[in-house]
Write a protein of this length. Structure first.
Length: 388
């Protein structure tokens, strides 16, 4: 099968090497292993975006069609032809086109490739994002309007298209709309990523860990405040934040650092920057005692599988697709969104209750084992091959 792939994350090429953000690069390599040829219809990273590219594609059956520098989302929507029209022949040469969504170009691919060839892999919800977007000014209001319009146009295409979704909430959102729908899991795990340990929290200092995008909606301000409350209670805690900020200037990271300083715990909140998926990132998980991701809204964060594979108990919020996959006090501990007190109490409980802690570690690891790239990518390709 000759498979095409599109997503709005930009990449680059240096000499013969195609370079990706790690979380997506490992998926592309796994996808390429399952098909005859993989053609990437992707944008080129600008100078600022290149810092996110840390993974070299290993597969030799991959070709990149450069759609040019990524323009603002509204521009790609209104002027989609500038990105896609000149590559219509290459698109039609693919047996199928897998489009990761939501994405600004999502509603428009039918204009350039036979609709029957398009399969959407949906990992988020623009409508939900618009509902949770905090409006501070006119620009923010315009963004929410754009998200709603793009979501409406996307829904129109889904009625005539086959889709894969990565959570129960997305399944429920689109099951009455899509032509056909199947659930898959998005992950970065390979069989070699697993780390066996029975217990954590056995040292004098408790190492808390967050990995992922640096964004207010990930609950990071509440997480920092919870760390402060734990320290005031008498716990020796350190919060490790591993990740990157999409917007140039690291505005949110600066605000988080200022907040930690205001609370008097700046030396106890460490920003490690971005770590490469695989060995480098796994080292951060293996040094930690508890993984925390108290998001306001989510699809299902792949970082939870990474934490579980590395033997960490997980504290998270029951939002988006998370409660569809996880069960409170069985394989994760749920805390309330936007509540520093709830996060603090959750960490305390895991520290004090060894039986619960070991249960979460063991059950989490077993869940992660069935959610590796090897198993999930094979399932994706089988669903595409079978025409869903």
């Amino acid at each position: 099968m000759r498979l095409g792939f599109y997503y709005h994350v930009p990449i680059n090429q240096k000499e013969e090497n195609i370079i990706f953000p790690g979380y997506l690069g490992v998926f592309i390599d796994a996808l390429a292993n399952e098909v005859e040829h993989l053609t990437l219809f992707l944008h080129q990273a600008n100078t600022h975006e290149e810092k996110e590219l840390d993974y070299i594609i290993k597969a030799t059956n991959v070709t990149w069609i450069n759609l040019g520098i990524r323009t603002p989302a509204w521009h790609r929507s209104f002027f989609h032809g500038k990105s896609l029209n000149r590559f219509q022949q290459q698109l039609q040469q693919c047996d199928y086109l897998l489009v990761r969504a939501p994405t600004p170009l999502g509603p428009y691919f039918y204009k350039y490739i036979d609709r029957k060839k398009i399969v959407f892999m949906i990992v988020g919800d623009n409508k939900h994002g618009a509902q949770n977007f905090k409006i501070n000014n006119l620009r923010d209001y315009v963004i929410t309007i754009y998200l709603r319009i793009n979501d409406y146009l996307f829904d129109l295409q889904i009625k005539k298209t086959k889709v894969l979704v990565n959570s129960g909430s997305l399944y429920n959102r689109y099951k009455e709309i899509a032509l056909s729908i199947y659930r898959i899991k998005t992950t970065t795990l390979t069989a070699s990523d697993f780390f066996e340990r029975i217990d954590t929290c056995i040292g004098d200092k408790i190492e808390l860990l967050y990995t992922g995008r640096i964004d207010k909606a990930k609950g990071l301000f509440e997480l920092i405040e919870a760390t402060s409350l734990l320290i005031k209670t008498g716990y020796q805690c350190k919060l490790n934040i591993v990740g990157w900020e999409i917007k140039e200037g690291a505005v949110v990271e600066t605000q988080l650092k200022n907040y930690a300083e205001k609370l008097g715990i700046s030396t106890d909140v460490i920003f490690h920057g971005k770590k490469q998926v695989g060995k480098e990132l796994n080292q951060m998980y293996r040094k930690a005692d508890i993984y925390t991701i108290p998001s306001y809204h989510e699809g299902f964060p792949r970082t939870i599988w990474e934490a579980m594979a590395n033997g960490l108990p997980v504290i998270t919020t029951p939002v988006g697709g998370i409660p569809d996959e996880l069960t409170n006090e069985v394989n994760a501990l749920f805390v309330s969104p936007k509540s520093s007190i709830s996060i603090k109490e959750g960490v305390e409980r895991i520290i004090k209750d060894q039986s619960l802690r070991k249960k979460l570690i063991s059950n989490g690891r077993e869940m992660a084992r069935i959610n590796t790239l090897e198993t999930q990518t094979k399932k994706v390709v089988e669903l595409i091959r079978s025409n869903c």
